[in-house]
Design a protein around this ligand. Structure first.
Ligand code: FEO
Length: 175
């Protein structure tokens, strides 16, 4: 039986993951409008991943007899100053998610809730990977530099990273 406090905190995480899914969907649409095909694919995949993260918590709460609440999504921005600014926002959002997962883990530890502790391990690993991915992507963007001529190369680089992510996911699915 899961505590009320833990249930409430997991429902807040559902909101955060759902919010990320919609934010990334909006970013995908902006990239598409800007003609950035690689970035569009990347953000669509990220958006789908966040939805999966949200649903995983839904399933977990159902497994432990908790009540998962469908989140209210706040309005997301539809315009971004630049692709650099957009990925910086993604990185910041991922850091916020990591901090939130750490807080969930704190509650699980304090409550001796070993089930939730075990469940959250996956998210801790996932957040490490997500932050790492965004950091390396930002490093590449910085290396390529600014200006309209560089957008093409940034987009190609992001497309390459996206393809590698898809391949890794497919390999993990087969394992
Ligand atoms: Fe599910 Fe990228 O946080």
């Amino acid at each position: 039986m899961i505590s009320e406090k833990m249930t409430k905190a997991l429902n807040a995480q559902i909101q955060l993951e759902g919010q990320a899914s919609f934010l990334y969907l909006s970013m995908a649409s902006w990239c598409d409008k800007e003609g950035l095909e690689g970035c569009t694919k990347f953000m669509h995949r990220q958006s789908g991943e966040e939805r999966e993260h949200m649903l995983k918590i839904f399933e977990y709460l159902s497994d432990v007899d908790g009540h998962a609440l469908t989140p209210a999504i706040k309005a997301v921005p539809h315009e971004f100053d630049s692709v650099q600014d957009m990925f910086q926002q993604v990185y910041k959002h991922e850091q916020k998610v990591t901090a939130s997962i750490n807080k969930l883990m704190d509650i699980a530890v304090k409550e001796n809730d070993y089930n939730t502790h075990n469940f959250l391990q996956w998210y801790i690993m996932e957040q490490r990977e997500e932050e790492n991915l965004m950091r390396s992507l930002l490093d590449k963007i910085k290396l390529i530099g600014k200006g309209p001529m560089t957008l093409y190369y940034i987009d190609k680089e992001v497309e390459k990273i996206n393809a590698a992510e898809l391949a890794a996911e497919a390999a993990a699915g087969e394992a």
